[in-house]
Design a protein around this ligand. Structure first.
Ligand SMILES: CC(C)(COP(=O)(O)OP(=O)(O)OC[C@H]1O[C@@H](n2cnc3c(N)ncnc32)[C@H](O)[C@@H]1OP(=O)(O)O)[C@@H](O)C(=O)NCCC(=O)NCCS
Length: 339
């Protein structure tokens, strides 16, 4: 049997269609409660990468049949020694060495590019979850990666949202947030707050607990935010945001974002929630997040579930999420491997 690994050209739609199908089939097994993998969002990571990211995808063919893919993301502005890896093999072709061969290809390519570490995530069991086969973790460990960060995906079932309780939490948060007011937006942040959004986004990755991951703060400026917005527009991602403005300075110092992929009206991701360290302790995280739920539901009446990832150790954010009704749905492990 001949195994061939070749780069994927962003304009090669037939190959993108096939690898999307492989990734969607694998995700439906690992994460059966998620909606189908959105093709526009999937392809967008290669066709419209975020500013400063270099996406390199390769497909593995066994006797000419596409059977797996590896998606590498290199960082050009910061974290230049780090790369992300997502590796998927068609469930019908597993345990034949395809994963190992794709990994070898990735390691070579990243070594040539001067990268020193790769980081990738696999599905993990939640405490108390019945044992079932989770091949990603066995694979990562077999290849010498170290588990660096435990994460939990929590889910809010919108039908069970207690609106009276939400109104109560919002009233309490507003009372604790004297001197701040909220602003809402869809998709693009208002021009006057773009620089503040860049400051908040820049500290996001390293403010949350990172476990043993070696990750530098991200370099973000207004140009980067505009580039990110263009990439998300091209992927068809709908975004809803609530921010908090410090009235004395006029600066946006907290922000929460929910997003929906182009192929769904029933599922959203709770993404960023961040409060500037100088303004913590005023319930601004809860305020922005809870108000953004109302904001989003106003535009997305068919929304049924919202998922969010947190580091298992991020007790503060988890407490907010639990107050809003989010409950554990799946585990995930971030692995790191020295090249
Ligand atoms: C993880 C995955 C990529 C492995 O692909 P694969 O082609 O089956 O992997 P290989 O055949 O090259 O396996 C390499 C080694 O990993 C380990 N391994 C892989 N699958 C395993 C499983 N189900 N149970 C136990 N060990 C496993 C074994 O040590 C194996 O070596 P061996 O077959 O000689 O014992 C595939 O199962 C997959 O796509 N999973 C979903 C996505 C994912 O979790 N990706 C990984 C992280 S980015």
């Amino acid at each position: 049997m001949a195994l061939d690994i070749t780069p994927i050209d962003p304009d090669d739609q037939p190959t993108l269609d096939v690898v999307h199908r492989i990734a969607a089939t694998a995700e439906a097994i690992d994460e059966p409660d998620l909606p189908p993998l959105c093709r526009r969002r999937f392809e967008g990571a290669l066709r419209h990468p975020m500013p400063g990211l270099d996406a390199r995808w390769s497909v593995a063919r066994l006797d000419g049949v596409p059977v797996g893919l590896v998606r590498l993301t290199l960082h050009l502005l910061d974290n230049t020694e780090n790369a992300s890896i997502e590796l998927v093999v068609d469930p019908a072709y597993r345990r034949r060495g395809v994963g190992r061969a794709l990994f070898g290809h990735a390691r070579r390519l990243l070594g040539e590019a001067g990268c020193k570490r790769m980081v990738g995530a696999t599905r993990a069991a939640l405490p108390g979850e019945p044992d079932r086969e989770l091949p990603g973790a066995a694979f990562a460990a077999a290849l010498g990666a170290k588990a660096a960060l435990a994460e939990v995906r929590r889910r809010l079932d919108v039908a069970t949202l207690d609106h009276a309780r939400l109104a109560g939490l919002l009233a309490e948060a507003r009372a604790a947030a004297a001197g701040y007011r909220t602003v809402r937006w869809r998709d693009h942040p208002p021009e006057e707050y773009v620089a503040d959004v860049a400051d908040l986004e820049g500290r996001l990755m390293t403010d949350a607990p990172l476990g043993d991951l070696e990750w530098e703060p991200q370099r973000v400026d207004t140009e980067w935010i505009r580039g990110m917005e263009r990439a998300l527009d091209a992927r068809g991602v709908r975004r809803y945001s609530v921010g908090a403005v410090h009235e004395a300075s006029g600066r946006l110092i907290a922000w929460s974002l929910l997003s929906l992929a182009a192929n769904t009206t029933r599922h959203a991701w709770q993404q960023i929630t961040i409060v500037d360290p100088a303004h913590r302790g005023h319930r601004l995280g809860l305020l922005c997040k809870a108000e953004n739920l109302e904001h989003t539901l106003g535009y997305e009446p068919e929304l049924e579930v919202i998922d969010t990832y947190n580091a298992a150790a991020n007790t503060h954010m988890i407490a907010i999420n639990e107050q809003l009704g989010f409950r554990p749905a799946a585990g995930s492990t971030e692995w790191q491997l020295t090249i």
